[in-house]
Design a protein around this ligand. Structure first.
Ligand SMILES: Cc1cc2nc3c(=O)[nH]c(=O)nc-3n(C[C@H](O)[C@H](O)[C@H](O)COP(=O)(O)OP(=O)(O)OC[C@H]3O[C@@H](n4cnc5c(N)ncnc54)[C@H](O)[C@@H]3O)c2cc1C
Length: 340
C-alpha cells in the first residue's frame, strides 16, 4: 500500500478516512494519479477500532445507517463480502437496542470493527501513514505539502482535504496561498462537537441489551454504551465502548483524563453492575460530530486547485454523508482535469 517513490501526483489527498479513501478510489478509476496522506498509523479516521489487551473496541463511529441508493449500492458490496451486517433497528423508550422484524431504520455494524471497511477500501491505494500535513503553500500552479514528521515535501497541482475543516483552514494563510481567503469564507461557519470514548476491559460480559447497544435517554454524561463482543468486534468478552454526550465532553475536555474516566465510570455503573474493570483507556475526539455543516456536497476552489470533502458537507454529518461527499467531490475534480 505504501508508495515512497512518487514525489508528485495529480491529486494529493489529506486524510485516509472514509471520504478520502472513496475519493482516491474514484479518482484512480478515472486514471488520475493520487497520493493519500494520513497522520495516524491506521486507516479509517473516525471509523476507528483499537485493541486493549486481547479485546477489540470501536472507539469512534459505532454504527451506520443507509438512506439513499448510491450508498445502498456500496453497502451491498460490503455486505456480500461479509464485512457488514445488520445490528439493530429499534430503541425502546429507555434506550435498549434490539433487532426486530421490520422496525425503524436499520443500523449496521462492521464485523471485526469499523476499520475493516477502511482497510477494504484502501486496498491498492497509495497511502502514506504517519504523514501529518503541517504546512501548505501554493507555488507556481502547484501545492507544496510539508510534514510534521520529517523535512521532505510533496508537490501536486490539485489538493483535496478531508481533514476537519477548521484544521485545514488554519493551514491556509494568505502569505502561503495568496488570494484564497474570500473563497474559504463560507467554510468558517462549519463547527464540530467533541466526544470522549472510554474503552473498558471487564472481567465478564455486561448484559445491557440483547444486541449489545444502549443509548440512555437524556442522560447528562453517557450517550451510548456498546458491547463489542455482542457486536462481533471483539472475540474477547467484556469489551465495552462508552461514548460521552457532547455537553459532558465540552465541559470536561481539558480535564485530567483520569478524572474524566472516573466520572464516566461512575455514570455508567447502572449498566455495568457486577463487572470488574480490568483495564481502561480514554480517547478524546476534538472534532467528533459535525454541528454546523455546509449544504453543498463538497467545496471547490477551482482556480487554485483546491477542494474540501468529508462529513461536514451535504447536511448529512455521518458515514453516509462522508461517503457521498468523497464520491461527489471526486466527480467534480475529474471534470476539472478533463477540461485541462
Ligand atoms: C465518537 C464518534 C461516534 C460516531 N458515531 C457515528 C455513528 O454512530 N454513525 C455515523 O454514521 N457516524 C458516526 N460518527 C461520525 C463518522 O465517524 C464520520 O461522519 C465519518 O467517519 C467521517 O469521515 P471523514 O472521511 O469525513 O472524516 P475522518 O474520518 O475524520 O477522516 C479524516 C482523516 O484526516 C486525517 N487527518 C486530519 N488532519 C490531518 C493532517 N494534518 N494530515 C494528515 N491527515 C490528517 C485524520 O487522521 C482522519 O483519518 C461518529 C464519530 C465519532 C468520533
Amino acid at each position: 500500500m505504501e508508495n515512497e517513490r512518487e514525489e508528485s501526483c495529480d491529486v494529493a489527498i489529506i486524510g485516509a478516512g472514509l471520504s478520502g479513501l472513496v475519493a482516491a478510489r474514484e479518482l484512480r478509476k478515472a486514471g488520475l494519479g493520487v497520493q493519500l496522506f494520513e497522520k495516524s498509523r491506521g486507516l479509517g479516521g473516525r471509523m476507528a477500532t483499537r485493541r486493549l489487551g486481547e479485546a477489540h473496541f470501536d472507539h469512534g463511529c459505532q454504527f451506520f445507517t443507509v438512506r439513499g441508493d448510491l450508498f445502498r449500492e456500496e453497502v451491498a458490496v460490503w455486505e456480500e463480502r461479509n464485512l457488514v451486517a445488520p445490528w439493530f433497528n429499534h430503541l425502546d423508550p429507555q434506550g435498549e437496542a434490539s433487532l426486530l422484524p421490520e422496525r425503524e431504520t436499520l443500523r449496521y455494524r462492521v464485523a471485526g470493527g469499523m476499520t475493516a471497511v477502511a482497510k477494504f477500501l484502501g486496498q491498492g491505494l497509495p497511502v502514506r501513514r504517519q504523514h501529518t500535513i503541517s504546512a501548505l503553500r501554493r507555488k507556481k500552479g502547484h501545492w507544496e505539502l510539508s510534514f510534521a514528521e520529517h523535512g521532505r515535501t510533496f508537490r501536486a497541482p490539485f489538493l483535496l482535504s478531508t481533514a476537519p475543516v477548521p484544521q485545514t483552514l488554519a493551514l491556509l494563510d494568505d502569505d502561503e496561498a495568496p488570494g484564497i481567503q474570500p473563497a474559504l469564507e463560507p467554510l468558517r461557519q462549519i463547527s464540530y462537537a467533541p466526544c470522549f470514548a472510554l474503552m473498558l476491559r471487564l472481567d465478564q460480559q455486561p448484559r445491557f441489551s440483547p444486541v449489545g447497544f444502549f443509548a440512555p435517554t437524556d442522560h447528562p454524561e453517557i450517550a451510548t454504551l456498546a458491547d463489542n463482543a455482542a457486536k462481533g468486534v471483539s472475540s474477547r468478552l467484556g469489551a465495552v465502548s462508552i461514548l460521552s454526550t457532547d455537553t459532558f465532553a465540552e465541559a470536561n475536555f481539558e480535564e485530567d483524563p483520569d478524572d474524566v474516566t472516573e466520572k464516566l465510570l461512575l455514570a455508567s455503573r447502572p449498566w455495568l453492575a457486577g463487572c470488574e474493570v480490568l483495564e481502561s483507556s480514554l480517547r478524546r475526539w476534538k472534532f467528533a460530530r459535525v454541528v454546523v455543516s455546509h449544504p453543498d456536497r463538497g467545496w471547490l476552489v477551482s482556480p487554485q486547485g483546491l477542494a474540501f470533502a468529508g462529513d461536514a458537507f451535504g447536511g448529512q454529518p455521518r458515514i453516509e454523508g462522508a461517503y457521498l461527499s468523497g464520491l461527489w467531490t471526486a466527480g467534480e475534480i475529474r471534470k476539472i482535469f478533463a477540461t485541462r
